[in-house]
Design a protein around this ligand. Structure first.
Ligand code: AHM
Ligand code: MG
Length: 339
């Protein structure tokens, strides 16, 4: 049994120049994860589910656990002293750790501390999604907005934690995707899923079909394709949608499938946020042998312009994503943001 700490240190030792800063940073994320996990497990017993009644900058009502998780991750990351700033779904702007220690740190973290949090009300899986970049501004000064607005291809680490029937932390440093399951009696994450890769053929599609009438024609055509009967291609595919990005993508990576949150008539850029939802998931999906696009271009190549920017998101088995891309190109080229 290899623990997360042992695994990260082993990987660190394979890089002669490694300083251990990234290892310490991941340690902070792991610590906050355990605190959040403990609290989630008490949902229903103590007053932690439901909304605060307050909206975030994106007009979404914050859940009590959104704020709890946000505070815990920020506190753990600042205390560990490896991060010069954080951008979070729950904060209006980037938070800069403008202290002597903070200004000398190399990394920024972007995160959604508790994604899909409304699922908690009904005991359904939620997740934490995170993305780590090397800062581009000079050391010794406060981090700048540009440190956060880097394309996803510059990510150093990306990962998610899924608080499900068990709690699993999955991450990549660009060297495969590895998952660690928490033993609840010890609070220790053990390597349980080394080198996760998509199976060759996927047969699951995940999308909020309630929005069907608002989807681009290319997506509508693809959904009909998924539902057609065709023995050789194992269609009809199975529809599975939790409404929590990390668990939905986790299932599709392990079992084979596609996740889609497209543009809609009322939300031309879709719902999901590029920097702390789509980029980290795209990095993981590519590392697992899959593909992630906005229907037309690679997610990781998009140059961000703002922290809470939204983007349509298609990710999963490469062949499935390419099938829907072909239909988007044929029927919905007007949705290509580059045109
Ligand atoms: P959140 O960040 O406000 O929790 O929203 C993100 C979540 C994703 O996890 C999920 O895939 C999607 O929103 C579900 O949205 P919808 O309810 O529109 O299907
Ligand atoms: Mg979210």
């Amino acid at each position: 049994m290899i623990t997360l700490d042992e695994y990260v240190i082993k990987k660190q030792n394979e890089h002669p120049g490694a300083t251990g800063e990234l290892t310490a940073l991941l340690g902070a994320i792991k610590l906050a994860t355990k605190v959040v996990n403990r609290e989630i497990n008490k949902a229903g017993l103590v007053d932690i589910i439901g909304t605060t009644g307050v909206e975030n900058i994106q007009g979404e009502v914050q859940q009590k656990m959104d704020l709890f998780a946000n505070d815990k991750f920020k506190a753990a990351l600042e205390a560990r002293g490896q991060v010069c700033g954080i951008a979070s779904e729950e904060d209006d702007e980037e938070v800069i750790f403008n202290t002597k220690t903070g200004n000398n740190c190399k990394y920024v973290v972007l995160m959604d501390p508790l994604d899909g949090s409304s699922n908690m009300d009904v005991n359904v899986s939620v997740g934490t999604i995170f993305s780590i970049y090397r800062r581009i501004s000079p050391l010794g000064q406060p981090a700048t907005l540009e440190d956060f607005l880097q394309p996803g291809s510059e990510q150093v680490v990306a990962g998610y934690v899924m608080y499900g029937s068990s709690t699993i932390l999955v991450y990549t440093t660009g060297n495969g995707v590895h998952g660690f399951t928490c033993d609840p009696s010890l609070g220790v994450f053990y390597l349980s899923h080394e080198n996760i890769t998509f199976p060759d053929n996927g047969s699951i599609y995940s999308i909020n079909e309630g929005n069907y009438l608002k989807f681009p024609l290319g997506v509508k055509k693809y959904l009909k394709y998924c539902q057609e009967i065709d023995e050789p291609t194992k269609r009809p595919y199975t529809s599975r949608y939790i409404g929590s990005l990390a668990p939905d993508v986790h299932r599709n990576m392990l079992k084979g499938g596609i996740y889609i949150y497209p543009s809609t008539a009322s939300a031309p850029n879709g719902k999901l946020r590029l920097l702390y939802e789509c980029n980290p998931m795209a990095f993981l999906v590519e590392q697992a042998g899959g593909k992630a696009t906005d229907g037309f271009q690679r997610i990781l190549d998009i140059e961000p312009t703002e922290i809470h920017q939204r983007v349509p998101f298609f990710c999963g088995n490469t062949n499935m994503v390419e099938d829907v891309e072909a239909m988007m190109a044929e029927f919905s080229a007007d949705c290509d943001s580059r045109k």
